[in-house]
Design a protein around this ligand. Structure first.
Ligand code: PEP
Ligand code: MG
Length: 556
């Protein structure tokens, strides 16, 4: 058993895992009982008949998943229930199906064994991928395969993978890992929390748990063993802590916290699926900020109406060399497709200052925040910029893309960026490669210079997005990286506010929209100022979306 922390709970035995779904749960720990599987491995004489058995089970599983999709729509919403349609597609994957046929034919093995073998192969392949999203798919392939195996071994044809219903009330369900289809069957009135020894925060299980409001902790490791069965526990999905046999004082303090958190969550949930409007009915675009494509599921479960800032430099930072056009294209395409025609604003690379990648071979500088960075690199080294722009334009046909340039200080820079875009478009046209010629192009207003000449910049672009983090740093000459200067880094300084006001006015005079994607956008205490200034869009961390929608609904 692991003991951590220095707070009230330190004296109590507790386990620690990865926080996966916020909230506090009380209950008795109950380990998930999956029905024991009969021995599933045996030789077959008639491989053709065995392939037919598999095909029938596969068809039945596809039908069941269709039913599960329908049944989950209300519980999880369309954007989450769609995973069962994706599961249907997995069962139709030609590679998956042909490998199963192959095992049956070449090894003369039964269908259950073949499905199990190929499922493990696929799941290991997903696990080993260098991409958290794909890692999260390992659980999905095991889940769909388990369904097919259950159908194969079940005389009645009903799946019998686990007995999820008879746990009584108030249990914290413990298991090695939980499949998405098992999660969706949970009765949230009896299962108060989920704790798993393995799992990925990217799995649909975690996304479903969040959507269903079930607190969860994952990756607790081997410390989660069956000796805990039946013990009372408190699960804190926000901190990742599972407190075993809590005393009265701890229970009372967590009950108090739960009451407050539940009330807040219930209030915020009312805003899910709604438009973001002020009291007077003015529509505000409420978007989310992301660092990489892996954040998409979180954005989707946050109910954001688009992506207001995709910090594309993270693709460069997580790479050992310049990411190729193809690598970038695939990432942008995936993000655009997943966002299903909601706007996705991708900021071109903002490398430099605190975000450096060695292969850029930037010279050491005394003041890198004011040095060779962002759009300055793009203009000086257009060959790097063009790779990104080609990838972006190629991806533009897969959704609603907008491109945004960072760290702008002059009209000249904007004109240069636009002319490089034109070159890229001309090249793609000549190569007969499709792209959307009408995507919106915007710039970040994050230097005092750009705010001061925002009237001159506006005619060249479709929108402004105010980066209050850098705007504050550069207006006040306070290094945002220096923790000792925290109290001087004041985003509410009148100089910063005036620059924001000026930017909004100039944008509207020119007939373009203006948003805020810096941290100030998520500051509830400042929302009314931004709304009264006339801000059209706010882009914030996914976790702040519902809170901000609720706040905006009380203003203006
Ligand atoms: C900003 O400067 O406010 C901004 C959103 O960009 P970043 O924080 O990535 O510099
Ligand atoms: Mg910035």
């Amino acid at each position: 058993m692991v003991h951590i922390g220095s707070q009230t709970n330190e004296r109590l035995p507790h386990l620690h895992g990865t926080p996966a779904s916020r909230g506090i749960a009380f209950g008795k720990i109950a380990f998930l009982k999956r029905n024991a599987k009969p021995e599933i491995k045996h030789k077959v004489d008639d491989v053709k008949a065995e392939i037919d058995r598999f095909e029938q089970a596969r068809a039945k599983a596809i039908t069941q998943l269709g039913n599960l999709y329908e049944a989950s729509l209300e519980k999880l919403g369309e954007q989450n229930a769609v995973v069962f349609q994706i599961h249907q597609l997995m069962l139709d994957d030609p590679d998956y199906v042909s490998q199963i046929h192959e095992v049956i034919t070449s090894e003369q093995m039964n269908a259950e064994y073949a499905v199990d073998t190929v499922a493990k192969r696929f799941s290991m392949m997903f696990e080993s991928m260098d991409n958290d999203y794909m890692k999260g798919r390992a659980a999905d392939v095991l889940d769909v395969s388990r369904r097919v195996v259950d159908i194969l071994i079940s005389a009645s044809g009903e799946p019998k993978n686990s007995t999820l219903k008879n746990y009584g009330t108030s249990v914290i369900l413990a298991t090695d890992d939980l499949a998405p289809s098992e999660t969706v069957q949970l009765d949230k009135f009896s299962v108060t929390g989920i704790v798993t020894s393995h799992g990925s925060t990217r799995s649909h299980t975690v996304i479903f748990a969040r959507t269903m409001g079930i607190p969860a902790i994952i990756s607790v490791g081997d410390a989660l063993d069956e000796s805990l069965e039946g013990k009372n526990a408190i699960l804190d999905g926000g901190s990742g802590m599972l407190i075993i046999e809590p005393d009265e004082e701890t229970i009372a303090s967590y009950k108090e916290r739960k009451k407050t958190e539940d009330a807040l969550r219930a209030r915020l949930e009312q805003f899910r699926g709604k438009e973001t409007r002020t009291l007077s009915g003015r529509k505000i675009k409420l978007y989310a900020n992301i660092g990489n494509a892996d954040d998409i599921d979180i954005v989707k479960s946050s109910d954001a109406e688009g992506i207001g800032l995709f910090r594309s430099e993270y693709i460069y930072l997580s790479s050992d060399d310049f990411p190729t056009e193809e690598t970038q294209f695939k990432i942008y395409k995936q993000v655009l497709e997943s966002m299903e025609n909601k706007q996705v604003i991708i900021r071109t690379l903002d490398i430099g200052a605190d975000k450096t990648a060695p292969y850029f071979t930037l010279k050491p500088e005394d003041n890198p925040a004011m040095g060779m960075r962002a759009v300055r690199i793009c203009i000086t080294r257009p060959e790097i910029f063009k790779v990104q722009l080609r990838a972006l334009y190629r991806a533009s046909v897969f959704g609603k893309l907008a491109i945004m340039f960072p760290m702008i200080t002059s009209v000249e820079e904007v004109k240069t960026c636009l002319s490089i875009c034109e070159e890229v478009k001309a090249e793609l046209k000549a190569q007969e490669i499709d792209f959307d010629p009408n995507i919106e192009i915007g710039i970040m207003i994050e230097t005092p210079a750009s705010a001061l000449i925002s009237d001159e910049l506006a005619p060249y672009v479709d929108f402004f997005s105010i980066g209050t983090n850098d705007l504050t740093q550069f207006t006040l000459a306070v290094d945002r990286q220096n923790a000792d200067l925290g109290r001087f880094l004041n985003p509410y300084h009148h100089a910063v506010i005036r620059l924001i006001e000026m930017t909004v006015k100039n944008a509207h005079n020119a007939g373009i929209w203006v948003g805020v994607c810096g941290e100030l956008a998520a500051d509830e205490g400042f929302t009314h100022e931004l709304i009264s200034m006339g801000i059209d869009e706010m882009s914030v961390a996914p976790s702040s979306v519902l809170m901000l929608r609720a706040r905006i609904s009380t203003l203006g």
